[in-house]
Design a protein around this ligand. Structure first.
Ligand code: IMP
Length: 180
């Protein structure tokens, strides 16, 4: 993997992400004081964002992990598969879904339905990045890090075919890595 030329432009650097996590963490801590929410990490993309965000949350909460897949190469297949990595009771709990990026919105739409069908008390979305231009369904993150234009981005957990998740920033992928 050639990380040194993986991106053509850095859009959001590590320090900006950390500062944003501090703000989001503060807001969530106030909004969820005494609610003991479940913070759901959507694997694998949200892992780095999740790890930073939880450091800045000061109220009680529990951590759970699910996997939601819909992407092949650089496009959404439209079919969302959900697998829970840990077992936990959803009924009557306040759920916060922590997601890396919202694109078509299909993944979060499916996830929100899943938690509502399982009788969660409330379901809200925390997203690091929002790409509004390719939306197929209406989804509005309740807590949002950054808005970006319609680029395919990698880094800070975001991948292209499982590569580049470890970059400590979010950047536009170098087209030479995109399969023709
Ligand atoms: P959606 O269902 O189309 O909203 O897509 C959500 C998922 O697609 C995200 O959780 C990512 O895994 C993936 N995804 C969407 N856009 C990008 C991108 O620019 N880079 C890497 N992954 C992306």
């Amino acid at each position: 993997m050639q990380n040194n030329d993986a991106v053509t432009q850095i859009l959001i650097d590590e320090q900006e992400i950390i500062e944003k996590c501090k703000d989001l963490g503060k807001q969530i801590s106030q909004d969820y004081a005494n609610k003991n929410p479940i913070l759901i990490c959507t694997l694998k993309g949200a892992l780095m964002f999740y790890s930073e965000l939880v450091k800045h949350i000061t109220c009680a909460f529990s951590m759970e992990f699910i996997k939601a897949n819909s992407y092949e190469d650089d496009h959404s297949t439209g079919k969302v598969e959900i697998k829970s990595m840990t077992s936990f009771e959803i009924k009557n709990r306040d759920i916060l879904i922590i997601e890396d990026i919202v694109d078509t919105g299909l993944t979060l739409h499916r996830l929100c339905d899943y938690f509502k069908e399982n009788q969660a008390k409330s379901v809200k979305i925390v997203a690091l990045v929002n790409k509004k231009t390719k939306r197929l369904v209406e989804i509005h993150p309740d807590y949002l890090g950054f808005e970006i234009e319609n680029h395919f981005v990698i880094g800070y957990g975001l991948d292209y075919n499982e590569q580049f998740r470890n970059l400590p920033y979010i950047g536009i992928i170098n087209p030479k890595y995109i399969k023709k």
